[in-house]
Design a protein around this ligand. Sequence first.
Ligand SMILES: Nc1ncnc2c1ncn2[C@@H]1O[C@H](COP(=O)(O)OP(=O)(O)OP(=O)(O)O)[C@@H](O)[C@H]1O
Length: 252
Amino acid sequence: MEKVISVKNISLDYKERDIFKKIKGSNGSTGVENISFDVKEGDIFSIIGLNGAGKTSTLKCILGLMKPDKGEIEVFGKKELKGMDFEKVGYLPEISYYPKSIKLIDLMRYYGELYNIPKGELDKKIEVILRKLGLISRKGDRLEKFSKGMLQKVGIAQAILNNPKLLFLDEPMSGLDPLARELVIEIILELKSKGTTIFFNTHILEDVASISDRVAIIDKGRLVEVLDMKKVMLEQDDFLLKDHFIKTVGEK
Ligand SMILES: Nc1ncnc2c1ncn2[C@@H]1O[C@H](COP(=O)(O)OP(=O)(O)OP(=O)(O)O)[C@@H](O)[C@H]1O
């Protein structure tokens, strides 16, 4: 299997960012320190860590939304994602900001245009995805009428609209009810079965253990270990990610 993401010795120190030096009273903090890992094509790769561990910072560096101070990142074998590359990538940010007055269908059409989805296919694609996420009856509603969980589903819908080859999900289960969480797991597994590589950040360990091929544990900006889940499960049939995580992070 090919490497889709390669992260080598990246560090990102918010203290070094000029903008934070300028904000009176802000000391900033270390985002990530000397992190390295690879993600193989078709894998589900999860990063778990406590609040502030560095999950979002790592993801933003991979996507090119932040530039690490040190280290190298390659995605699809390239040092920088550009133009057409983004048509192959889906991204659910940790917090999505959408104009409140926009109707769901118009937001989806807007993303469809950004992804260059042919006009003739777009409405059908939107329909399928909104139906899957239980949002079809709300497609004509403005987003100001949506609950937090519904907005999270909107974020997921836009992230998968282009059938991405590589999907980034930052806390995908945030604000979702148990049924919606199951639905998202189903969607993730369906995408994997079609060959999509999935990279996701979470601190909800139950969601990770059963579906991930590899799990990276990070703590205070540092990579503690990368677990090969199949191998771990074979070696220890009573392995519980939660217990392992508490032990590992607790001992640091
Ligand atoms: N914009 C910022 N300015 C200064 N420090 C920041 C900024 N963003 C993140 N940090 C710091 O970087 C560290 C890692 O934050 P990050 O958001 O990557 O963690 P996380 O694991 O995604 O956390 P969470 O689970 O709470 O979303 C934290 O110590 C945080 O305070």
